[in-house]
Ligand binder design. Structure first.
Ligand SMILES: Cc1ncc(C[n+]2csc(CCOP(=O)(O)OP(=O)(O)O)c2C)c(N)n1
Ligand SMILES: [Mg+2]
Length: 282
């Protein structure tokens, strides 16, 4: 159970995911651009991580007993900021500073700047290795905290990801929960065409991981998968492969061919926020 659930008991996971999307769009609007499609796609898995699965203290982000959330993909920072704002780790009005000089919310995630940003993740393919080291350290200390690592399908192109995957099962890291955002997009095109990643479930199973694959925009499926990952009795690392839709919740962004980095016209930000509201009440 998380501290935040008790702080705002009236809010459902649907509300949380919606608010995360709203915060991300607002930050995009502040800069006129950003990795907003990723934030909209990953909002549901972030809602379940921060408002169902993880244990943490918003007022004390470095509390030793916390579950850790490691973001490998520095360009997804906007998504994590939105979740941290919703979790009250970062004050809501700070989103107005997103991407500006001296802001604690730079466009790429950096641990030194932002409360709740545990690692610096711009160079792809390093998060899982860092998580393996942290899991080993936590085990040595006798901690029962989990380390969650959100990685992208583009990070499956990195050899270091697979080296980390091998060592995690070698060390029987049952305190490691990886989450892959499979949106089938990356900077150079469709992930499946840049470097085919299927059969993704078989591959992770072959590397010794307890593997689940879910619709990453289905909150109920995500809750079951996060519960399954934490409760799995095997002495092995766990992974949740989440198929998501970039731009989820804003139809004109969902239907864009290229959504890796989004620039939209001034008036379209309000349009996007309106579409989001309409979708919630539909
Ligand atoms: C080691 C490394 N190589 C290349 C890049 C440049 N780069 C930044 S984002 C990105 C795409 C990665 O794929 P993914 O995270 O799946 O993209 P998205 O789903 O956000 O479109 C690339 C290649 C990088 N940041 N680090
Ligand atoms: Mg991707």
């Amino acid at each position: 159970m998380t501290a935040t659930l008790t702080q705002a008991p009236g809010l459902t996971l649907v509300d949380r995911a919606h608010n995360i999307r709203r915060h991300a769009l607002r930050m995009g609007q502040v800069q006129g651009q950003g990795y907003v499609g990723q934030a909209l796609g990953a909002a549901d898995l972030l809602a379940v991580a921060y408002f169902h699965a993880m244990d943490y203290r918003p007022e004390d982000p470095e509390w030793e007993g916390r579950d850790r959330f490691y973001l490998s993909i520095g360009h997804y920072a906007i998504a994590l900021y939105a979740a941290l704002i919703e979790a009250q780790v970062i004050p809501l009005d700070e989103l107005e500073t997103y991407g500006s000089d001296d802001s604690r919310l730079p466009m790429s995630g950096m641990a030194a700047y932002t409360p709740g940003m545990e690692i610096t993740g711009g160079s792809l393919g390093h998060g899982l290795g860092i998580a393996v080291g942290a899991c080993l350290g936590l085990k040595r200390k006798g901690s029962d905290s989990f380390v969650y690592n959100l990685l992208s399908d583009g990070e499956l192109n990195e050899g270091s990801t697979w080296e980390a995957a091998m060592s995690a099962s070698h060390w029987k890291l049952d305190n490691l929960i990886a989450i892959i955002d499979v949106n089938n997009q990356q900077a150079d095109g469709y992930s499946s065409e840049v470097l085919a990643f299927e059969p993704i479930v078989d591959r992770w199973q072959a590397f010794g991981w307890f593997t689940q694959r879910v619709d990453g925009n289905d909150l109920n499926a995500l809750v079951a998968a996060f519960d399954g990952a934490r409760q799995h009795p095997g002495a092995q690392p766990r992974i949740i492969i989440c198929d998501t839709r970039m731009g989820k919740g804003v139809p004109f962004l969902e239907s864009r061919e290229k959504t890796h980095f989004i620039r939209v016209d001034e008036h379209e930000w309000d349009l996007a926020l309106n579409h989001l509201e309409e979708g919630k009440h539909a």
